[in-house]
Design a protein around this ligand. Sequence first.
Ligand code: DQQ
Length: 583
Amino acid sequence: MFVIWFLKPGTAFDIEFCRSAKVKKMVGAGWILSFCFLLVVNGVTVHASEELQPYRTSFHFQPLKNWINDPNGPMYFNGVYHLFYQYNPYGPLWGNISWGHSISYDLVNWFLLEPALSPKEPYDVKGCLSGSTTILDGLKPIILYTGQEVNDSQVQNLAFPKNFSDPLLKDWIKWSGNPILTPDNDIYPEQFRDPSTAWMGPDGKWRIVIGSEINGHGAALLYYSTNGISWTRSDKPLHFSSNISMWECPDFYPVSNLSKDGIDTSFQGNSTMHVLKASFNSSDYYVIGRYDPKVDQFHVVTNDFSVSNTQLRYDYGKFYASKTFYDDAKKRRVLWGWVAEVDDALDAIKRGWSGLQSFPRSIWFSATRKQLVQWPVDEIKKLRAKHVNMENRELMGGSLLEVPDIRGSQADIEVLFSLSNLSDAEMINSDIVDPQLLCEQKNVSQIGSFGPFGVLVLVSNNLDEQTAVFFRVFKGPNMFHVLMCSDQTRSSIAQTMGGNSMYGALLDLDPLHEKISLRSLIDHSIVESFGGHGLACITARVYPKLAIHEHAKLYVFNNGTKSVTLSSLNAWNMNKAQIVPMD
Ligand code: DQQ
């Protein structure tokens, strides 16, 4: 224990030392435990060897330690991807909120930089809260962020790079004229936050939305500016919804009607619809509509925002406060979301960290244009290692088939199921289905006719621990319903808060004519699943005790009475992404 006190907490040395196999051989296990499990109270820092850190992820973004929450201001600028995030540099719980900053050349491997913004000024002393970046004139990136003042009042601030020609944009300067916006009288001062990326209208003015609540209605307040610095409020919000409280982290952007390509936030043209996303009720809900930038009218064509399990959401599991950006290099729109822990603060203190970012996802419209489709960015493939393939296997009712040779704690798996003779599907007496409720009523051990079938991930030797991601097909009065569930109720033999959760979503596909696909990114304590080629996403956090590292197994199964064909299965071991401090 002696040496520890000479090390600066968090240096690469102590972490790398703990990982080193040589050291493990040199000294006894007990000594390693006490050496590597370092708890520094008051800036609570825990460093532990991988054995003690089975929940750290390998290819999902997280800093080396401490707390993170919302992704902030992601952007692609001068050949570099930037990801900022709500970060506590001093501990694993929310506090001292700064803008952590990391950069990447491929959205997979990351260099960690010093925080871009820290809470130091009267206008942000209680936190540099969420916000966005905008690249003015294609040349000048700026940050707009919310500062929390000493009295908790929220104001909007501006920061810009110290040196625009620094390719990494390491240093950011807060504008001397901050705050640039303060809450008007009709807004509670604690309910005015999270400015969006700006877009330009046909009049040459920039526009942003800011999350708020007016008279009990969640709202996206609209502001105009000619220079990105001075902003004035529009008479009416861009959009608001009754019966929903405070909207956080609004995001507003065009999506092409014609292709999967993403579109710059300021694009103007007929071939697009707009998406408005708002974060509330622990979920990221979105609506699709037509936006007329001449009069700033947004006409929603899907169901409007509501707190309902049938309302469109980016993700029906653990995913919040997300943010998109337009990636000019690959002509795509990329989505990041915060995936919080579901165990409690004491666990975070023991681990020394809390929170992850989802794997970045490309987004575009589904064929029906009634919803978005999401898919992990292609660069993930560079982490794929050993590959296992199976084709055309009949999965009779009660089948459990192990996927051999895959390290089930760190894998990417894609499966495709086909069903026939659906006339035998279980009947359901309504075409309005609450997927969350249905998954709760019918867990994985409840035998149906078509389903449950799917994958069991993070499975322990004796099957005591398992997380099931599965489908069931029902026949309603007028249509089939394809239900996707993620069942965490048996994910850990330890009783954790996450141990009780079940998530559900519906896939807008026709099982008579389409196969049912599932992709899951399994990364130690996160299972990020994409059903129907990305029509529905469910992200879960799990904390197995037995199914860790090389002890975690992977299966496909069918627990329905009807046979299902496994048309194809492809699974890969995943290599670890490099997430390292920049020298
Ligand atoms: N997180 C930030 C706020 C935002 C909330 C504070 C959403 O700006 O509204 O860390 O998770």
